[in-house]
Write a protein that binds this ligand. Structure first.
Ligand SMILES: NC(=O)c1ccc[n+]([C@@H]2O[C@H](COP(=O)([O-])OP(=O)(O)OC[C@H]3O[C@@H](n4cnc5c(N)ncnc54)[C@H](OP(=O)(O)O)[C@@H]3O)[C@@H](O)[C@H]2O)c1
Length: 298
């Protein structure tokens, strides 16, 4: 292994609260990039190839692994290491949610909360590359302007706090920007209900994360008068469903790598931490307002 991030789902897996759990004893970490050192007979991968896990439960927080070829996907070596290490979960999730739920065209808008998350940053960049306008919601914080500037530098069109979503000025925003047909929910609770109110008629809200650990409350008016659709997405399930025929998976990786090479998709804001300092990295990954993905460097 060369590098592997610490994602919230990795922590949930260690806590035993995730939907998929490995048999114990197990190595943590589901995402990362490694280099092939040696291969057996009848293996098409070659020493020197860069590889990422094809599915979940790989256990990427380690220096070495002996695995079968089917558990890996080859990635090109001409993309930055940190992009390769963070490619298989968050950018893929952003890609699928932008392509699989609503048919959007350039100029359309989307809205998302936890816009500074790894997924949120990928959504901003992929949406900008597709010509979609993004309305990005983040939690208020002392250094808000710094975060707003960072997200705008990635291509965010509008960055708002959860409180701003409730203000009457939102009406002015929607005189300039079409109401979003797609809302991406990473949080739950109040943040989600407020976001939902701004969806266009018959729009879709996709829940992919529950960072606030609170249920989603849908106002009945949104269902009756606006006919909104409330959906969920789980990348692990998608990968499982597409494991036999990997055409869509490979196409997605090709598209994402092309965007990385074109400078349109970067790795999330991050801190690189040597593997031996994993305790510090795990603790930092669970603190609020850090805005930096912890990436273990082997
Ligand atoms: N369904 C799927 O297939 C899928 C795929 C990838 C990720 N996910 C999920 O998506 C979520 C984000 O993952 P990630 O790797 O992008 O995370 P990340 O980079 O670690 O970012 C976490 C985000 O959650 C926010 N947050 C934390 N606690 C919060 C709270 N109580 N209320 C509101 N916001 C809160 C943080 O905002 P602050 O800066 O304000 O702390 C930050 O924006 C996780 O729940 C993860 O499990 C799901």
């Amino acid at each position: 292994m060369l590098a592997a991030p610490i994602n919230p789902s990795d922590i949930n897996m260690v806590q035993g609260t995730y939907a998929i759990l490995p048999d114990l004893p197990a190595v943590g970490g589901n995402e990362g990039v490694g280099e092939v050192l040696e291969v057996g007979s009848h293996v098409t991968l070659k020493p020197g190839d860069w590889v990422i896990p094809a599915g979940v439960k790989f256990g990427t927080w380690r220096t070495e692994a002996v695995v079968s070829e089917e558990t890996l996907v080859k990635v090109p070596r001409d993309i930055p290491l940190l992009c390769a290490a963070t490619l298989s979960v968050n950018p893929c999730t952003a890609y699928r949610m932008l392509h699989d739920f609503e048919t959007l065209k350039p100029g359309d808008s989307i809205i998302q909360n936890a816009a500074n998350s790894g997924v949120g940053q990928a959504v901003i960049q992929l949406a900008a590359a597709l010509g979609f306008r993004t309305i990005n919601v983040v939690r208020d914080r002392p250094n808000l302007q710094e975060l707003v500037d960072r997200l705008k530098a990635l291509g965010a069109d509008h960055v708002l706090t959860e409180e701003m979503l409730r203000r009457p000025e939102m009406k002015d925003l929607f005189k300039r920007v079409p109401r979003p047909r797609l809302a991406l929910n990473c949080v739950g609770g109040k943040s989600t209900t407020e976001m939902l109110r701004h969806l266009a008629f018959a729009g879709t809200m996709v829940t992919y994360g529950g960072m606030a650990k609170q249920p989603v409350t849908v106002p009945v008016s949104s269902l009756i008068f606006k006919d909104i659709k409330v959906r969920g997405f789980w990348m692990s399930q998608w990968k499982q469903d597409h494991d036999q025929n990997r055409e869509d998976l490979n196409q997605m990786f090709l598209d994402l790598c092309a965007l990385i090479r074109a400078g349109k998709l970067s790795a999330p804001f991050c801190s690189e931490v040597p593997l031996e300092d994993y305790k510090v990295a795990v603790e930092s990954s669970m603190k609020p307002f850090v805005s930096a993905k912890q990436i273990l460097i082997m």
